[in-house]
Design a protein around this ligand. Structure first.
Ligand SMILES: Cc1cc2nc3c(=O)[nH]c(=O)nc-3n(C[C@H](O)[C@H](O)[C@H](O)COP(=O)(O)OP(=O)(O)OC[C@H]3O[C@@H](n4cnc5c(N)ncnc54)[C@H](O)[C@@H]3O)c2cc1C
Length: 434
């Protein structure tokens, strides 16, 4: 069958396998010993990282196994989704310390991408809150990995894009909350300089993210709405509701063009009447706004989209961001989704994405002019010492990957040590020369 990620590009042929139990995973591994295999969660990575010749859908490994209520330590299978986890544990007053911009990802996918949230500057990546996990290796061994046991496999698997083995279950540290609500502060900035200044000035705020207007130039270049958030202490512990609206499968991409995006950006930016406004919002709207529409990716049409997410280190941040953003604004190709985040220190994982500095993520509708533009952006990202996020990647070259992820060799050595390179390979890893 043909399979793709959230970006609908590339579309690749694969055999999709659905194990329900650990025994079935082991059985599939031994029966397909000569084929390339990769684990897959809910397919929310954008490109080809969760697709191989044989793709192992792990979503049915979705049981909660243990909960230590006194300490907030949860053990669950890797196919449990963040949505299920939150709807089960938020009412009990427990929260996942790091959540990405959609709740429809599995715990296995969150570990393998070492996802970040709006609080990387305070709480680091997802792996920071993972105590240990069990992984099936290429030889069918079940290995418990933590910072103290098989630590090199732990550091390689967190952010390792499924290339070290199949994560079966994980032990996670949850954090206590008193409410499902977030006290939200929205600050309107006039340009890029002010956007960065406001984000820097609020580095103590737990959650911080900016929506950037990528169509504005001149004196409005880099204007944004900066969102700050803290967990509220009142409001109750109610959970998210199901999305009621679904984007039709065959939405023509033509509706999304420079004029509609410009209009959307103008209206969105000016929804904030005041320079600074405060409100109390439910966690669902604050953390997962895109989840309000099912299949929101259909808006880009059948050709799909590329989400281009890069990070630049602190030292080169402001100049680098301005240079890259100028190219994007001039291209008139960016969509309404442009998200700027500040990152704290990088961690010890070999392939985790964050570096201390700034990260910008933008959606681009796929068209003929896009790929040459992205190649120019790649050069700028490299010039300013940055890199692209593997979970959003669908087209990075081997050269760019190896130049910007300096620990790739150590990562590959660990894969070889555990014979993972013989079995666990995705279309992405083949493209990146791993
Ligand atoms: C709307 C939207 C917003 C997003 N926002 C953010 C964000 O704010 N921050 C962020 O960091 N990411 C974000 N992402 C990306 C997303 O969080 C990651 O791609 C995540 O890994 C997807 O999880 P998944 O379960 O869908 O995994 P998949 O997409 O199915 O797989 C992703 C990777 O994980 C591996 N994997 C999956 N399950 C296992 C397993 N059991 N064992 C071993 N490897 C496994 C796969 O091989 C693959 O390499 C966003 C994605 C979307 C669509």
């Amino acid at each position: 069958m043909q399979l793709y990620g959230w970006g609908k590009f590339p579309k690749v042929n694969t055999t999709l396998l659905y194990p329900h139990t650990i025994e079935q995973v082991l059985d599939l591994l031994s029966k397909n010993a000569s084929a390339q295999m990769i684990a897959r969660g809910l397919g929310r990575s954008y490109g080809d990282s969760a697709i191989a010749e044989n793709t192992l859908d792990c979503c049915d490994l979705d049981h909660f196994l243990d909960f230590d209520e006194a300490n907030g330590i949860l053990t669950c299978q890797a196919g449990v989704s963040i949505a299920t986890l939150l709807s089960t544990f938020a009412p009990k007053g427990w929260w996942l310390p790091v959540v990405p911009g959609t709740k429809h990802v599995t715990i296995g996918g969150a570990i393998a991408s070492d996802v970040h949230g709006k609080n990387h500057h305070i709480d680091g990546c997802f792996s920071h809150h993972v105590i240990s996990f069990k992984l099936i290796s290429a030889t069918g061994q079940i290995i418990t990995c933590s910072r103290k046991s098989h630590e090199e496999l732990f550091y390689a698997s967190c952010g390792g894009m499924g290339l070290t083995g199949i994560i079966l279950q994980a032990k996670l540290q949850l954090m206590p909350i008193k409410s499902s609500y977030i006290t939200h502060t929205l600050i309107k900035t006039k340009d890029l300089e002010e956007t960065i200044a406001i984000i820097d000035a609020h580095s103590g705020s737990r959650y911080c993210v900016a929506w950037l207007d990528c169509m504005s130039h001149g004196k409005h270049f880099g204007r944004s709405l900066v969102s700050l958030g803290e967990h509220a202490s009142t409001g109750g512990l109610d959970v998210h509701k199901k999305a009621h609206f679904s984007m039709p499968k065959f939405t023509p991409g033509v509706f999304l063009n420079q004029y509609t995006v410009k209009l959307f950006n103008f209206l969105y930016y000016n929804q904030a009447r005041h320079q600074c406004q405060k409100s109390i919002v439910h966690y669902d709207g604050f953390f997962f706004p895109l989840d309000k529409i099912c299949h929101a990716n259909n808006i880009y049409g059948n050709k799909g989209l590329i989400q281009y997410q890069f990070v630049l280190p602190q030292s080169n941040c402001q100049t680098g961001l301005a240079a890259i953003l100028k190219k994007i604004v001039a291209s008139k190709q960016a969509s309404f989704l442009s998200v700027l985040k500040s990152f704290g220190k990088s961690n010890d994982n070999y392939l985790s994405f964050p570096l201390q500095g700034y990260s910008l993520a933008l959606d681009f509708k796929i068209n003929k002019k896009l790929f040459p533009l992205l190649e120019q952006l790649d050069k700028l990202v490299l010039t300013y010492g940055g890199r692209l996020y593997l979970s959003k990647d669908a087209r990075m070259s081997e050269q760019l990957f190896k130049q910007s992820y300096p620990n790739w060799r150590q990562f590959q050595d660990i894969r070889q040590k555990y014979h993972a390179d013989k079995v666990f390979n995705s279309f992405q890893s083949a493209r990146l020369g791993l």
